[in-house]
Design a protein around this ligand. Structure first.
Ligand code: GNR
Ligand code: NI
Length: 170
């Protein structure tokens, strides 16, 4: 297992549309394992492959955030949102690729997500609460979309400029 460096805004890889995985093989499983280790280390509740520089449709998450909760790692390959609720929910979101910035984001409260698990078997999950927000945030990453894209243009441009400036001086 190996932890991998997390790309930071404005890295252009974060803006690419990631390619579907054709076969869930050992290489995909090794990457997913690395992603889980990187996510737990950060720490975060989700991570998408483009955040570690791999433009492929792979997501990991674990929203078991309570202190005494058992770890509940999920690996989702080629995840797709197939249904959303009309009801919306607001969560304060953050992103490991946009460190030290959080803001409220409104999204559908419940989503149905179809994906392949780490064995390549098709699965479907009906998610609500934090898991629903997390999966939508991660699937956005696979399409080059960041949570700041759901904010006002003023807020998005302000945070983008801050990170462009930080990258120039890094
Ligand atoms: O760790 C994370 N926390 C979080 C909190 C609210 C909504 C979404 C997230 S995902 C984020 C990790 C991350 O950047 N995943 O892409
Ligand atoms: Ni993120």
């Amino acid at each position: 297992m190996a932890k991998r460096p997390i790309l930071i805004l404005p890295d252009p890889i974060l803006r690419r549309v990631a390619a579907p995985v054709s076969v869930v093989d050992e290489e995909v499983r090794r990457l997913a394992k690395d992603m889980l280790e990187t996510m737990y280390e950060a720490p975060g509740i989700g991570l998408a492959a483009p955040q570690v520089g791999v433009s492929r449709r792979i997501v990991v998450c674990d929203v078991a955030v309570e202190e005494d909760a058992e770890p509940a790692p999920m690996v989702l390959v080629n995840p797709e949102i197939v249904a959303v609720s009309a009801e919306v929910a607001v969560y304060e979101e953050g992103c490991l690729s946009i460190p030290e910035y959080t803001e409220d984001v409104e999204r559908p409260a419940r989503v149905t997500v179809r994906y392949l698990d780490a064995d390549g078997a098709p699965q479907e999950v009906v998610a609500e609460g934090l898991l629903a927000t997390c999966l939508q945030h991660e699937i956005d990453h696979l399409d080059g979309v960041l949570f700041i894209d759901h904010l006002s243009r003023l807020k998005r441009e302000r945070i983008t400029k801050r990170f462009q400036k930080q990258a120039r001086f890094a």
